[in-house]
Design a protein around this ligand. Structure first.
Ligand SMILES: Nc1ncnc2c1ncn2[C@@H]1O[C@H](COP(=O)(O)OP(=O)(O)OP(=O)(O)O)[C@@H](O)[C@H]1O
Length: 252
């Protein structure tokens, strides 16, 4: 049996902005093609954890490895696709077309002497097709709905052909129909063996979709199989969210 190198693995990671610890002794891994859901109350450290994985913040203790390499040595940035929490909030005056926004996902990868050519254009069309937004290519991004904008930002992350896609709260502010379409899209990417880390407040939906659940509030209160999570849901959530988690679950 061959042992696959995890896409991501964290070992004893701790972090604080000031004196108060925000993350304590975090350990988990993501295998190739695995779909992992990260849940936790407001202020529990989810975004901080993502920033550490992306190298935007440095852990005070512990180690983060991407594809088996320490974060500081990892150079294949195009292997990681990221869609932030605030992606789908362009105002109607933003002067870029859908095609241009997706193209931006490729620029950072290109050498300065290289033109944006036929090959690059084809990659952009392919990414737009994957998210079902090819008919909107010439439209101004600011004129699209939140759900449509979100698909465009996923296309921008996919255009680099990543091996790990990180999505921070992608369904906040989109309607129920867009939310269903979003999960269908994620499901199809999961089938194509893309590893996915999805941050969400929507515990009920997440546990029915993912291979693994992480429940965070400063430390990991749960880490593993979603069925086990569902069986012990009350206990885990009370532990992580406190007594009033029912209210918090429907916060957004
Ligand atoms: N730049 C910063 N400086 C100091 N403290 C910060 C900073 N950013 C976040 N924090 C604090 O760190 C803690 C974790 O915040 P973080 O944004 O990671 O949580 P979150 O789980 O993503 O929250 P939410 O679900 O509300 O987005 C919070 O107490 C927050 O106030």
């Amino acid at each position: 049996m061959t042992i696959k190198t995890p896409v991501l693995d964290l070992e004893n990671v701790s972090f604080s902005y000031d004196r108060k610890p925000v993350l304590e002794d975090i350990n988990f891994g993501i295998e190739p093609g695995e779909f992992v859901g990260l849940v936790g109350p407001n202020g529990s450290g989810k975004t901080t954890l993502i920033k550490i994985i992306l190298g935007l913040l440095k852990a005070n203790h512990g180690e983060v490895r991407l594809f088996g390499q320490p974060l500081s040595k990892f150079k294949k940035l195009s292997w990681i696709g990221y869609v932030s929490q605030k992606s789908n909030s362009f105002n109607s005056g933003f002067p870029a077309t859908v095609f241009e926004v997706v193209s931006m996902g490729l620029y950072s990868q290109m050498k300065f002497y290289k033109w944006f050519g036929k090959k690059e254009r084809l990659k952009v069309w392919e990414a737009l097709e994957k998210v079902g937004m090819e008919d909107y290519a010439k439209q101004n991004i600011g004129r699209l709905s939140g759900g449509q904008q979100q698909r465009v930002f996923i296309a921008r992350a996919l255009v680099r052909n990543p091996k790990l896609l990180i999505l921070d709260e992608p369904t906040v502010g989109v309607d129920a129909k867009s939310e269903n379409a979003f999960y269908d899209l994620i499901e199809s990417m999961h089938k194509e063996k893309l590893a996915i880390l999805l941050v969400s407040h929507d515990i009920g939906t997440i546990t029915s979709k993912v291979d693994k659940v992480l429940c965070l509030n400063k430390r990991l209160h749960y880490h593993g199989d979603p069925k086990q999570f569902e069986m012990n849901r009350q206990e885990i959530l009370t532990d992580a969210y406190g007594q009033h988690f029912e209210l918090l679950e429907h916060h957004h």
